[in-house]
Write a protein that binds this ligand. Structure first.
Ligand code: BYC
Length: 469
């Protein structure tokens, strides 16, 4: 189905045929734009940015590229094409036809999960509000803005579902999505990670690698949902999400590459010597990784969760790539969980958050292996590593446990004393910010990061991806 761009709100959901819904969304649109102007990328409203915009939902040729001023970006509502005769793939309703409406008894659970998903999207834009000011190149600046406009579109995706299927409650929730703000003391965003500031590009790359990857897993699990409009919405969001994780993986890889080049040039791995050259030493990169990975692990919720069991049983949320499993009902199966109190046997349904977290960790390993290959090839003995999921947790069975990054239990005193070794200190953050001076000359790049291997959409790396007026 092609997208109708003549509409005020581009869409492939036949909005013109539902005047009430269309009016409600057109009423929300200026509020979104006000929010974007105030909380979106600061000071780049008049820049021409080489952006991709969704123009269809086919796997091939779904996007067009061109120079756009961000406030004029065509945010719209796009659902992946329906799958004929789709059946519910898990839980108590396994094998029954999927739902085109939300069953009355599941309204509040569905609404809660859609609101939680929706809340993360504008939150991430708010977290990156000032980042454009310290961009390492026009290529990177463009990627930041691409991620930002698409997170804005993902907000639209959830707001559409709220307006179309949840009546007045849904409209009120859509207003609230613009009223909560990342890091706001009185009205913070719902999930922890989305209240952490992103004030430097190393954090941005870690966030797009680790936190967007949580997005991938949550969206995959919602793509399994028995509520078909939610499933179709999430399937299309996943198409856009891949680029965000690419920005993270290649971003960290380019920082590592630059550091390795300097280590070779200087003949040392001394962190201070690297810093003196205005680049970021490998131990500091590890501390940033520790911070964002552990924070993102918390986003999967508690190891034992009756909410997760209910979501699975009721068809709200399956496991990512549910077809990989044999048992889709899981009413009898159990799961062996390790907690600080010892081993515990729980019903598999209650352990769904943990199952998802483990698949996520496996996926996170892939990039770490690639970064480590770079080090091996460069002859460095340093290796990055994911810390244990027992380390620095604030949600679930291991919340507040004193464990080191290898997962060993240590005394509270040792934990408190050594935590600054494992996480970025204020001095680390100040140093990282200090090297991030804005570079906006075409084809130029900051000294702390290597250039990308290739440009966007087959354009050269030194293309003027953002024209600043
Ligand atoms: N921080 O039984 P529990 C993305 C709450 S990222 C604060 O442990 P449950 C993106 C939980 O809400 C993907 N609170 O787990 C990435 C519940 O609160 P209520 C985002 C937390 O219920 C980058 C209570 O603790 N999408 O898209 O299974 C850029 C007990 O919960 C946290 C989703 O997460 C936390 N870390 O919740 C842009 C999908 N963890 O209701 C975008 C939607 C848990 O008792 N959300 N809590 O007040 C969900 O599926 C689930 O709500 C959770 C797990 C994954 C959050």
């Amino acid at each position: 189905m092609t997208i109708d761009y003549n509409e005020r709100i581009p869409n492939n959901v036949g909005l013109a045929n539902d005047r009430t819904l269309q009016r409600a969304l057109e009423h929300w649109q200026p509020k979104f734009l006000d929010w974007w102007r105030e909380m979106g990328p600061k000071d780049f409203a008049s820049a021409d940015v080489y952006l991709r915009t969704a123009v269809g939902v086919d796997a091939q040729g779904w996007a067009s590229y061109g120079a756009v001023k961000m406030p004029e970006y065509r945010w719209g509502i796009f659902l992946a094409d329906p799958v004929a005769d789709r059946k519910i793939g898990f839980g108590d309703h396994y094998g029954q036809p999927v739902w085109q409406q939300v069953p009355g008894e599941l309204r509040s659970q569905f609404r809660r999960i859609i609101v939680t998903q929706g809340d993360t999207e504008p939150a991430s834009v708010e977290q990156q509000h000032l980042l454009g000011h310290s961009c390492p190149s026009l290529y990177d600046l463009r990627n930041l803005f691409q991620v930002n406009v698409e997170e804005g579109r993902h907000l639209w995706a959830m707001v559409y579902l709220l307006h179309a299927y949840f009546g007045r409650d849904g409209r009120e929730e859509a207003e609230e999505l613009l009223a909560r703000h990342s890091g706001d003391v009185d009205k913070p965003r719902i999930l922890g990670t989305f209240n952490e500031p992103i004030e430097d590009w190393l954090s941005f790359f870690m966030f797009t690698y680790f936190t967007d990857r949580d997005g991938k897993f949550q969206l995959k699990s919602l793509a399994e949902s028995a509520f078909d409009p939610l499933s179709r919405t999430c399937r299309f969001m996943l198409t856009e999400e891949a680029h965000h994780m690419f920005v993270g993986e290649t971003g960290v890889g380019r920082v590592v590459k630059r550091t390795l080049e300097l280590m070779k040039e200087l003949g040392t791995d001394d962190p201070q010597a690297i810093r003196n050259q205005g680049a970021i030493d490998l131990p500091t990169i590890q501390r940033y990784l520790n911070f964002w990975f552990t924070s993102s692990l918390d986003l999967f919720g508690s190891e034992v969760s009756s909410n997760a069991a209910g979501s699975f049983a009721n068809g709200i949320k399956g496991r990512p790539d549910e077809e990989q499993y044999q048992d889709h009902v899981c009413s009898e199966a159990t799961y062996e969980l390790q907690t600080p109190q010892g081993s515990q046997t729980v019903s598999l349904r209650n352990a769904m958050n943990e199952i998802m977290r483990l698949s996520y960790i496996k996926d996170c390993e892939i990039g770490v292996k690639r970064w480590n290959m770079q080090m091996q090839r460069a002859g460095s003995d340093f290796r990055l590593a994911l810390p244990s999921p027992r380390f620095r947790r604030t949600i679930g069975a291991w919340a507040g446990a004193a464990a080191d990054p290898l997962g060993n239990s240590i005394s509270r005193e040792e934990y408190d004393r050594r935590l600054p070794e494992w996480l970025p200190s204020e001095a680390d953050r100040a140093f990282v910010r200090s090297v991030m001076q804005r570079i906006t000359a075409s084809g130029k790049i900051a000294g702390w990061i290597a250039p990308p291997d290739r440009g966007i959409n087959s354009l050269p790396v030194d293309y003027e991806y953002v024209r600043l007026s």
